[in-house]
Structures are given as C-alpha cells and as structure tokens.
Design a protein around this ligand. Structure first.
Ligand SMILES: [Zn+2]
Length: 174
C-alpha cells in the first residue's frame, strides 16, 4: 500500500504517489481513471485497467485483474483481432471452423489440416459464483480458459487440483 497524505488546502481528500502515472493523485482521481479504463475502455486509461490499487480505490476489489479481460483476443488462436465473430473467434478461426463443420474448404475439398473440434467444458469461480463454461466446438481446454479470463467481469479462479499441466507458463501468473 502507498503512503497516503492530505493537503491543507483540500481537506478530506487523500493523495498518494501513483507509480504507473509517476504522479501524485487523489484516490478519487485514481478511482475515476480505473473506472474509465475498465468500464469505458478509454484508451489513455488502459494502464489503469489491471491496477489492483485502482480497483481498491474504486471499491471493486473483486474485479478481475486478468490482463485478458475485455480484450479483443481470439479465444482459439489467442491473437488480437479487429473484431470477433460471435464475440469469440477471429475471422480466420471462424472460417476454419465453418469449413470443419461443413466438411469442405474454399477449394471444395475436405479440410485436412484442422485440429479436431470437440465439445468441452470447464468449471471455474467468477468472483464468488461457481460457473460452467461449455463450448460445443473447441480446439483445446486452453480455449475455454482464455475465454473465461477474457469474458468474466469478476476475478476468475480455476478448479485445478494442483495440476496445471498443459497450461502455458505465462497463464499461471494470471
Ligand atoms: Zn483465431
């Protein structure tokens, strides 16, 4: 926690040193910045988006701290996309899926390079609520994990039983 201080000319306000902005901010300004980054998607406030201190000042400590939250990232190939089809897939993955489902690609032949798509489900906690995410077509479990992290407003916890085999090392930090 930072050291808070008050200014005699502004009684009742608490200030602190914000490392992300390298500036002295009031807790109210900080909370406004955090809300702007998280709820309004304001570009210049994106650095506040994953700041736990900002969430605390805004009174939303249960908010997800995942950097994936709300990002336009394809659940399947994990790349950023200008838009997501059905809020989930990039155009490329969507087209591949379509070919897989109808059993034929643009050339009219059977697609052979596609990984099989199967129904999968995972359980996780979103805040204090148990949730189940089920996808009828998914390429791996990671797709569901990325989806939960991206789409959940609240903090996400997965029910790993001490075993996170198969999850990329970076994900473990989230
Ligand atoms: Zn994709």
């Amino acid at each position: 926690m930072p050291d808070y201080y008050e200014l005699p000319e502004l009684p009742g306000k608490k200030f602190f040193r914000c490392d992300r902005y390298n500036a002295n901010l009031s807790t109210e300004t900080c909370a406004d910045n955090w809300r702007a980054g998280n709820h309004e998607g304001i570009e210049s406030r994106l650095r506040c988006k994953v700041c736990p201190l900002g969430a605390l000042h805004a009174g939303e400590t249960a908010a997800s701290m995942s950097p994936l939250k709300g990002m336009l990232i394809c659940g399947r190939c994990h790349t950023g996309a200008a838009r997501l089809i059905a809020k989930h897939l990039c155009v490329s993955c969507y087209n591949r899926q379509r070919e897989y489902v109808i059993g034929r690609n643009a050339k009219g032949t059977r697609p052979t390079k596609l990984a099989p798509l199967d129904a999968r489900r995972i359980r996780y906690m979103s805040g204090n609520s148990p949730k189940i995410l089920a996808l009828n077509l998914s390429v791996d479990t990671e797709e569901l994990i990325i989806t939960a992290l991206r789409d959940s407003k609240d903090k996400v916890r997965f029910g790993f039983l001490g075993d996170i085999r198969g999850i990329p090392a970076q994900l473990r930090l989230w």
